[in-house]
Design a binder for this molecule. Structure first.
Ligand code: ZN
Length: 89
């Protein structure tokens, strides 16, 4: 299943989940704090994910779920946050 997210800076951000989401191409500083889940868990092949969208700028990512490392309960979330911050920084 293809993503419903269109990444463009030529259109205004739009949330028409589950049909369509228009997202800016890049995240900004706001995204690390303002991301919220949209809709439920979806599946693509072996992987499950949900969409997360920034309330401030509309930047949207697919958040893939995987078993977190045993020694790090919130591993996946932390990893993505630092990834976002790298994009910003
Ligand atoms: Zn943002």
């Amino acid at each position: 299943m293809a993503t419903i997210v269109e990444y463009t800076d030529k259109k205004r951000p739009l949330n028409m989940y589950p049909k369509r989401i228009v997202s800016p191409v890049k995240g900004k500083a706001c995204c690390a704090r303002k991301m919220e889940q949209i809709g439920g868990i979806e599946r693509e092949g072996e992987r499950s994910y949900f969409y997360r969208r920034c309330r401030a700028c509309g930047y949207t990512v697919r958040h893939f779920l995987s078993a977190p490392p045993p020694d790090q309960r919130s591993g996946q979330w932390e990893n993505e946050l630092s990834y976002l911050l790298k994009l910003v920084g």
